[in-house]
Design a protein around this ligand. Structure first.
Ligand code: URA
Length: 298
């Protein structure tokens, strides 16, 4: 705030030039729902502090959702929807085409999440699988309103057999807790369901290649159909390119799109946020956009 040294204000979403203030006592935050649990309040506070909030500015919380409702649209209109990417398969060589066909057939025959996990376990066309300890399928509540799609497991995930359990995953948990969502929640409204494009850890944590993404895509599409979330959050370039056929996550983050008939919100990957803490402000804006979307459409 101009003329008030020592104060840290953080822009809130959606829309530019909107701000929230941390409430007195470090407990209540203006953009927070009154119905958030105490745990979620604490997580939200931790997240604000991570963003740089260091002082309470107001005695009275301000409900920015109402501000948004009265002013700018809560959720920006969808950009022109692109079909879920078929492009990587088309660009792939003959071996890859065989793998994509096999993946498409195997995925189509899976009529439950367990069957899909089994189909992946039996899939032998992906070299990455050979170097991995675990098949990292998913975590959270199938049927949750929000499904998060990340890139690929790292070392921690390979060891645990669950996605997003390392440092980036812990940040992911804090981020979503700040808007009242958790992978451990049992209520679909508050729950998260989490997976990755690639279900095995690539060597040296490299990005999955376009061929690998192409052969994972039929499984991912089936995974989304079976889990049937209301909203998909893609974190990072790999799921962005897999589901929307484009790259440029730092440019496209926060812009709602559509894939497989579902709203898709691109966000930067939490590992990027660990390396670039300044980008947390925009991630917070995206989380608020997600929260507003869930509210207005549920
Ligand atoms: N990064 C991802 O994209 N997924 C994980 O599961 C872990 C780190």
């Amino acid at each position: 705030m101009p003329g008030r040294p020592g104060l840290t204000l953080i822009e809130s979403a959606p829309g530019p030039n909107k701000r929230f203030t941390a409430g007195a006592g470090g407990h209540s935050l203006a953009a927070m729902d009154t119905d958030l649990t105490f745990r979620a309040d604490l997580a939200a506070l931790a997240w604000q502090m991570e963003l740089g909030a260091d002082v309470a500015l107001g005695e009275t919380p301000v409900n920015r959702y109402e501000t948004v409702a009265a002013g700018a649209p809560a959720v920006p209109p969808f950009a022109v929807a692109r079909p879920a990417a078929a492009a990587p398969a088309a660009a792939a060589g003959p071996d890859s085409a065989v793998a994509v066909r096999a993946a498409t057939e195997a995925a189509a025959q899976a009529h439950s999440l367990e069957a899909l996990r089994g189909a992946l376990a039996a899939f032998e066309h992906c070299e990455v699988k050979r170097g991995a300890k675990s098949l990292v399928f998913a975590d959270g509540l199938p049927g949750a309103q929000v499904m998060v799609v990340g890139e690929a497991p790292g070392r921690d995930e390979d060891l645990a057999g669950r996605p997003f359990v390392g440092r980036a995953g812990q940040l992911l948990d804090r981020m979503f807790a700040a808007i009242g969502l958790s992978r451990t929640a049992q209520d679909p409204v508050q729950a998260l369901y989490i997976t990755n494009v690639m279900v095995w850890r690539p060597p040296q944590n490299r990005d999955p290649t376009p061929d690998e993404v192409a052969m994972m895509l039929p499984f991912l599409q089936r995974h989304i159909a079976l889990a049937d979330p209301k909203v998909i959050v893609v974190m990072g370039n790999t799921p962005l390119s897999a589901l929307l056929g484009v790259r440029g996550i730092t440019r496209l983050r926060g812009q709602w799109n559509e894939a497989l008939g579902k709203p898709v919100l691109p966000m930067v990957h939490p590992a990027y946020l660990l390396r670039n803490p300044v980008a947390k402000r925009e991630a917070w804006a995206d989380l608020l956009s997600l929260k507003a979307h869930l509210r207005t459409r549920s």
